[in-house]
Design a protein around this ligand. Structure first.
Ligand SMILES: Cc1cc2nc3c(=O)[nH]c(=O)nc-3n(C[C@H](O)[C@H](O)[C@H](O)COP(=O)(O)O)c2cc1C
Length: 461
């Protein structure tokens, strides 16, 4: 393995005007190996380097002369497309002699979008377009307690192994959380049971001035990685207020980045842990759900670029799945200009946790008392519900694919439930999921869990 300096001062001069962007030189350098060019990725003290996989042991690169350094206040790094998975322990040295391993460097590169926000140019990375958002790679965290606040959302945004960040479910005023709301992990499998409601932080903390999503979008203008804002309210008026606030954020343009394509919403009507409020999705044709769908549909027809999804519970009877599809189908409309049928719902996330589950304290880590949760019953997740989640993904995928309504055939399924291994990711794809999500694994391993799943996503493309 070796490193050497690539002399590109002429191009550097031209492109120094656009620091922080990544350029793909495949078109301009047809005679050479294709290179990803990354500018402004790291601390400005880093120098211009070219890294390439070769036989032999790693060598220190030749550094630019002192006089060149001032010209390269924004670092430029070249990595051959076909070697990004091979380059290894290359040393990047700054003026202060700090060394950064290429491992970290590659993570930084992958955490930014390539080719000015078009992730399709990221080598070998599959992508799925869901209306106006792009998910690349098609692996995400699903809404959960570990996606509640700014540091957690920042870690998920910076994770190079996921293609979108889903927030914990947010309400207009914030959910009142106490010690009875908690989670426990099983001893004998990667499963969990939880009694959480929704995020204790109000919508304002996420999308208001100085809100976390606003701050994080500001910080990453060159990536197209979207946020999926999980939201819920039981009153249509409150849901409408939430949508107005989110649409205000989506209308923002910042340094050439259009936030409309970086924010989607997911309506969660499937949380099993809210006392006296059964999940509205268990009664798909009922007034509680349709009143909320009416609000979503209004927002969509006012702005058809809005990517809307629904988080569904695990259904155990196939007629429930028929009912959901029939209810959604009633919202399709034929666009008078194009003659194409369009549905406000762009994706379905299957599934949420399995409510009313009981686990004893001796089955989980660190619990005292009789039950794993002081509340007794809670929502089951992880490997213990994988087969049920797969069954739901399969049934929805099949029913939507066979629908006579082309708008329903367009709906993307995000598969979640027991995704804790590359094999589980592959099973979700086989069942019909285009995007795969995970929550329990995130809670157990942190964002490193997604690296573990990553290989399966690449091979599924
Ligand atoms: C601790 C915890 C909190 C969760 N919170 C939410 C939530 O706020 N909103 C939501 O839609 N789903 C929530 N879920 C459900 C997950 O998004 C996911 O649908 C479910 O756990 C199945 O995926 P898994 O097996 O990977 O955990 C939560 C799950 C867990 C374990």
């Amino acid at each position: 393995m070796a490193c050497r300096l690539w002399q590109t001062r002429r191009r550097d001069r031209k492109e120094r005007r656009e620091p922080g962007r990544i350029h793909d030189h495949r078109q301009r350098s047809p005679s050479r190996a294709p290179y990803i060019r990354a500018k402004g990725l790291l601390h400005t003290q880093l120098l211009v380097l070219y890294c390439r996989h070769r036989r032999g042991r790693p060598r220190r690169s030749r550094f630019p002369r002192q006089s060149d350094r001032s010209q390269h206040s924004h670092p430029t790094i070249y990595i051959p497309h076909h070697h990004t998975d091979q380059v290894g322990a290359v040393c990047i040295r700054s003026r202060t002699s700090t060394q950064v391993t290429l491992d970290r460097l590659c993570n930084l590169i992958l955490s930014l979008s390539i080719d000015n926000g078009n992730p399709s140019s990221r080598p070998n990375t599959p992508m799925v377009t869901v209306r106006s958002i792009t998910v690349s790679p098609p692996l995400i965290n699903t809404a959960c307690a570990w996606a509640s606040d700014e540091p957690q959302l920042a870690a998920l945004l910076d994770c190079p192994h996921t293609g979108a960040v889903t927030t914990r479910t947010v309400t207009l005023g914030g959910f009142t959380e106490d010690a009875s709301h908690t989670v426990a992990f099983f001893k004998d499998s990667l499963s969990s049971i939880n009694s959480y409601g929704y995020s204790p932080h109000p919508l304002f903390s996420y999308v208001g001035p100085g809100g976390w999503i606003r701050t994080l979008l500001n910080r990453t203008p060159n990536t197209s990685k979207p946020f999926i804002l999980s939201i819920t309210e039981s009153h249509p008026t409150d849901l409408r207020l939430m949508l107005n606030a989110i649409q205000g954020l989506r209308a923002t343009h910042h340094r050439g980045s259009q936030w409309a394509s970086r924010i989607a919403i997911e309506l969660n009507t499937s949380c099993p842990n809210i006392p006296a409020r059964p999940p509205a999705s268990y009664d798909p044709a009922g007034p509680a759900l349709t009143a909320l769908l009416d609000v979503l549909a209004d927002a969509f027809w006012a702005d058809p670029s809005l990517t809307i999804g629904m988080k569904l519970p695990p259904y155990v009877v196939s007629t429930q799945i028929d009912d959901v599809v029939r209810t959604l189908g009633a919202y399709s409309r034929v666009d008078p200009e194009s003659g194409v049928s369009v549905n406000p719902i762009a994706f379905l996330t299957c599934t949420n946790t399995l409510g009313n589950s009981l686990v004893f304290a001796d089955q989980v880590e660190g619990a005292t008392g009789e039950f794993a949760l002081s509340a007794g019953v809670g929502g089951l997740a992880g490997e213990a519900m994988h087969a049920l989640a797969l069954g739901n993904v399969y049934a929805f995928s099949k029913m939507l694919a066979e629908s006579e309504d082309p708008a329903l055939r367009e709906i993307v399924i995000i598969g979640a439930g027991g995704v804790t291994s590359p094999e589980a990711v592959a099973r979700m794809h086989r069942a019909g999921a285009k995007v795969v999500g995970s929550a329990t694994l995130l809670g157990k391993l942190g964002v490193a869990g997604f690296e573990l799943l990553g290989n399966a996503v690449d091979s599924a493309s």
